[in-house]
Ligand binder design. Structure first.
Ligand code: BGC
Length: 363
């Protein structure tokens, strides 16, 4: 009997021990599951955080039609690459652009894209970004005298050349008016360089005379209008051709010509392929524009921005001197557009629809 009790209590003891061991194993399994579960959804726990890249885009203005395209296409391209973007526009105010860039930096961006209003004063933005460990990509317009990491634009000197070639082929002799862009924008200088590269040999031959040559403060059409009124007045309306730095200013210039009964009689060049300009080309009021497919610019810049933000090495075959360094650059090719190729350029690309362009609106 004693033996029976001894055996029974031994079996009981074994059973209890087995229960305890199994409970422990279960506990162990549970606790070892914990970090595993965490690892699968918060990699931050093991220090390999793959957080979403955030790009900041500091724009000068949204005034011209093109900048709305730039904003929307850049956002779309960045998001397609799995990154996010915060965009602020300064409405042509230098101080505002600097504090907006500071805001983007303190909002935790990984890379800053800048389209400067003022090529020189935005150098301060590059310094601030760099001291926060953030690289800077100059978009369309170059930031001068700063250690910009990358520059993506169209070949702006070529834009000027295309304008001048188109106009001189129609008006090889006569009085020319040059109405430039904003002096504070590096692009305005490049455009002018391109224009005068073509005009200079004709000036030297005394075939053409540049009777008026002015910048347009802040690219404002109202300032271009005032310039054109002055040009006509100073030359008793004896003007044979006008080269305007963009379509928005060309629109204002053509208005002045219209008031003088001269619209459609004097060739005018612009750039940007704005819808109103395409319509003026169809109506015969503007001779040509220069088309810069914004999707290419936005997509190229977005791709480079995300790569730079990820710390990847990006290569470029061109360099542009910004007064301080040779900036690695990508310069896309602009396209001259007149009545003969509207359809196979901007319309074919869907930049504007055929219906919009051919509605025969003048301004
Ligand atoms: C751009 C033009 C634009 C102008 C005014 C320039 O820097 O290259 O496309 O029309 O700025 O915004």
């Amino acid at each position: 009997m004693k033996r029976f009790f001894f055996r029974a209590s031994f079996v009981l003891l074994l059973f209890v021990l087995a229960q305890i061991i199994s409970a422990c194993e279960q506990n162990e399994a549970d606790s070892s599951n914990e970090p595993l579960r965490h690892n699968t959804y918060t990699p931050a726990d093991n220090g390999t955080d793959e957080k979403t890249i955030k790009i900041g885009f500091s724009m000068d203005t949204l005034l011209e039609e093109r900048w709305l395209k730039d904003r929307d296409l850049f956002k779309k391209a960045v998001e397609k690459l799995g990154a996010e973007v915060e965009i602020l526009a300064a409405n042509g105010d230098d101080a505002k652009q600097i504090w907006q860039a500071e805001t983007l930096i303190s909002n935790g961006i990984d890379l800053l894209v800048v389209t400067p209003h003022n090529a020189e004063s935005t150098a301060a933005i590059v310094k601030k970004a760099h001291s926060a460990g953030i690289k800077v990509l100059s978009y369309d317009r170059l930031v001068k005298n700063a250690e910009v990491d990358m520059y993506v634009s169209y070949d702006n000197e070529k834009v000027g050349e295309l304008q001048a070639r188109a106009i001189t082929s129609i008006v090889p002799r006569g009085n020319y008016v040059y109405i430039g862009g904003a002096e504070t924008d590096n692009n305005a200088h490049l455009l002018k360089k391109g224009v005068f590269k073509v005009l200079q040999p004709l000036i030297d031959k005394e075939a053409i005379t540049v009777v008026f040559d002015q910048w347009t403060k802040d690219w404002m059409p109202a300032n271009a209008k005032a310039n054109m009124e002055m040009a006509l007045k100073a030359n008793n309306n004896q003007i044979d051709a006008v080269i305007a730095a963009n379509d928005a200013t060309a629109g204002a210039i053509i208005q002045v010509l219209e008031e003088q009964g001269l619209a459609g009689k004097i060739p005018v060049a612009g750039q940007d392929a704005e819808l109103a300009a395409a319509q003026r080309i169809v109506a015969g009021f503007q001779t040509m524009t220069v088309y810069k497919p914004i999707n290419l610019l936005a997509e190229t810049a977005a791709e480079l921005a995300v790569k730079l933000a990820n710390g990847e090495v990006v290569t470029s075959d061109q360099k542009v001197n910004n007064g301080m360094i040779e900036v690695p650059s990508i310069l896309l090719t602009p396209i001259a557009v007149d009545q003969t190729n509207l359809d196979k350029t901007i319309i074919r690309d869907g930049f504007h629809t055929k219906e919009e362009v051919y509605q025969s609106k003048k301004h």
